[in-house]
Design a protein around this ligand. Structure first.
Ligand code: UDP
Ligand code: MG
Length: 325
């Protein structure tokens, strides 16, 4: 029997682009069904991430227009990673494979054919990798590349130029459900689950409409989150740095002693001030890094739910009637 595919699409304030891209996803799904690669039971699953615009209304209209469209809505905005997780977890018991993709049309949907082929060849995870970033602005390209390089240098292993466009089989998702962390960085976590994987490259286009939700500030936050939730390398770097500073201090102590013995201890205000400023700056940075990890531990110990689904397109609630008095 052909595999059931769920295309999982996070949407946050996407009223401008959703009416354009939704039919494209459906068309792709239909083509895959027609080619006999996937089952007729396959679906396009939108995850509304607490949008403030008409996104959820559009999703409900789509669900009414065609049974292949499904939608779930998070109770509030929780961010891209949590929205994708909510969709994947919702899909895992209903399907054999999931493909997560952004709803803005930037990721080439035609790569799905190769992804499904790779699954049929025995791969459980297929990463979509951007082959070119020509359509991105220079700034976006530069910061995005810096992002991957920085992650790698800090010991967080991620697939280069892979964002959140990937195929994951339900089998892998069942195992992935055991990763209970609330600090979610999917592209770093999925490789940790293992299983046979491969990559499929595609060229990244421009957003078809609407605006990016990932400005530089959010990208830096994502990089810090990614690193501190995947690797303790920064802590080791601090230790290494501490050792170097301690050795330099030793030289400094010798210098001070010799200077004192030679009776030349009057001058030295500038060197003293420099050393105090430098060392206290370094200490504050180190404290900040350690604090980042403590913050992570703090959030993990709370074990708060990672997503809360408030509505599903197939279980619609009747509007509450006013009590008659
Ligand atoms: N997104 C989301 N929740 C958020 C921010 C973004 O679900 O809080 C979705 C958004 O609708 C899109 C995807 O995540 O489908 C990627 O966002 P975007 O295209 O803005 O990021 P970029 O491609 O510019 O990095
Ligand atoms: Mg985008």
């Amino acid at each position: 029997m052909a595999a059931v595919l769920y295309i999982v699409i996070p949407c946050y304030n996407e009223e401008a682009v959703l009416p354009i891209t939704a039919p494209m996803f459906l068309e792709k799904l239909r083509a895959l069904i027609a080619a006999g690669k996937i089952s007729e039971e396959s679906r396009v699953l939108f995850v509304n991430d607490g949008s403030r615009d008409r996104t959820w209304d559009i999703i409900l209209e789509l669900a009414d227009s065609d049974p292949h469209y499904l939608g779930i809505s998070q109770s509030r905005n929780r961010g891209h990673q949590n929205a994708v997780l909510a969709g994947l977890m919702e899909a895992r018991d209903r399907c054999d494979i999931t493909i997560s993709i952004d709803c803005d049309g930037q990721d080439d949907i035609n790569a799905m054919d190769q992804m499904v082929d790779a699954y049929l060849d025995g791969c459980e995870v297929v990463y979509g990798v951007r082959s070119s970033r020509e359509t991105d602005t220079f700034f976006k390209r530069f910061t995005a590349q810096g992002f991957y390089k920085f992650l790698a240098s800090m010991g967080a292993e991620v697939v280069y130029n892979h964002a959140d466009y990937r195929l994951i089989s339900a089998r892998v998702l069942q195992e992935f459900a055991n990763f209970r962390e609330v600090n979610l960085f999917l592209r770093g976590l999925v490789p940790l689950v293992g299983f046979k994987s491969t990559t499929v490259s595609y060229s990244r286009a421009e957003r078809l409409a609407g605006e990016s939700h990932y400005p530089l500030k959010k990208m830096i936050a994502l990089a810090v989150d990614g690193i501190t939730s995947l690797s303790v390398k920064p802590l080791r770097l601090i230790t290494g740095f501490g050792v170097v500073v301690a050795m330099l201090s030793f030289v400094g102590v010798l210098w001070a002693l010799i200077a004192a013995l030679c009776g030349r201890t009057v001058a030295g205000w500038a060197s003293m001030t420099c050393i105090v400023c430098f060392v206290s700056g370094v200490q504050l940075i180190c404290l900040g890094i350690i604090g980042e990890y403590i913050g992570k531990i703090y959030m993990e110990t709370k074990q708060r739910p990672r997503y809360i689904i408030s509505e599903r397109s197939w279980e619609r609630q009747e509007p509450r009637k006013k009590q008659e008095s």
